[in-house]
Design a protein around this ligand. Structure first.
Ligand SMILES: [Zn+2]
Length: 284
């Protein structure tokens, strides 16, 4: 499941390949992939003839700024990959897999193809002069970007001190900080020595400092490795990075902790599997 480092990798790939080329048309193969507007013709009419000025990532969302030939804003294109969505930059003649949900056509027989096995992924066409959060509700309550200046230790302390919820659960909700999912949350909690079930308001100052540091470290490492730290993630050209498989705890239930040798435990929290070392993650 793509998290911040994987989506950032896609964003960078799209910025290298897709900019400045006019969208010549498209095709929606699965209607429910299109989240807005619900009318396919309206969606295609809105984007055809525009070009992508740049891609941004916000949390796990991708947002493309669309412009006309004079560089004037024509709205945006939003994409959320959810569980299995992939954006691929291909030649149009590449065989269409049965999981292809949406296609955008570019000059020189190129296309941007949205492939999604589980079909939870979404695409939005955001009209001109419309704030994206008005159309994409998931953006409304989203917390700060972890690499933004505002995401300081003090900010994190302030946000956690009154929360009577498990820290892992809060990390998964995007309101505390944007872009973290199950894998990077487990890894950040291991690195900071915090059990996933710990109540956020009971974390010590030192623990929050360690957590802040660990969040930035695991995400930066994931970005540096092109999103392939923990999965066989594929970039926009379909190339699989080097899966390094070096998780501390994620997916290692029953295996020996790489630090102390204790068996890694797994519990359910907020419907998701949480992995942790009962010995290393037990300090204040
Ligand atoms: Zn351990």
């Amino acid at each position: 499941v793509p998290e911040l480092p994987e989506v950032e990798t896609v964003c960078r790939g799209l910025n290298q390949l897709t900019l400045g080329k006019p969208i010549q048309g498209g095709e929606v193969l699965l209607h429910r992939t299109l989240a807005y507007p619900l009318c396919v013709d309206e969606f295609l009419d809105g984007i055809t003839g525009t070009a992508i000025a740049f891609w941004n990532r916000r949390g796990k969302y991708l947002l493309a700024q669309l412009v006309n030939a004079d560089g004037i804003s024509q709205g945006m294109l939003g994409v959320h990959l959810r569980m299995t969505g992939q954006l691929l930059w291909l030649e149009q003649k590449e065989p269409i897999s049965k999981h292809t949900r949406l296609r955008l056509f570019f000059p020189d027989n190129q296309e941007l193809r949205f492939v999604d096995t589980r079909t939870f992924g979404k695409v939005w066409g955001i009209p001109p002069h419309t704030p994206p959060e008005k159309i994409i509700t998931g953006l409304q309550k989203m917390g700060l970007e972890p690499f933004s200046d505002g995401f300081s230790v003090e900010h994190l302390k302030e946000r956690l001190k009154t929360r009577k919820r498990a820290i892992k659960t809060l990390l998964l909700e995007q309101e505390l900080v944007a872009g973290i999912g199950n894998i990077y949350a487990d890894e950040a909690l291991f690195k900071s020595g915090i059990q996933p079930t710990m109540m956020a308001c009971e974390l010590t100052s030192t623990q929050i400092e360690r957590l802040h540091q660990a969040i930035l470290e695991v995400l930066q490492k994931g970005i540096d490795e092109g999103g392939t730290t923990f999965s066989s993630f594929r970039g926009v050209t379909g190339v699989n990075g080097n899966y390094s498989g070096v998780a501390w705890v994620y997916g290692r239930f029953g295996q020996a902790c790489r630090v102390c040798g204790t068996s890694i435990e797994r519990i359910k929290l907020a419907g998701r599997s949480s992995h942790f070392c009962p010995k290393c993650q037990n300090s204040k």
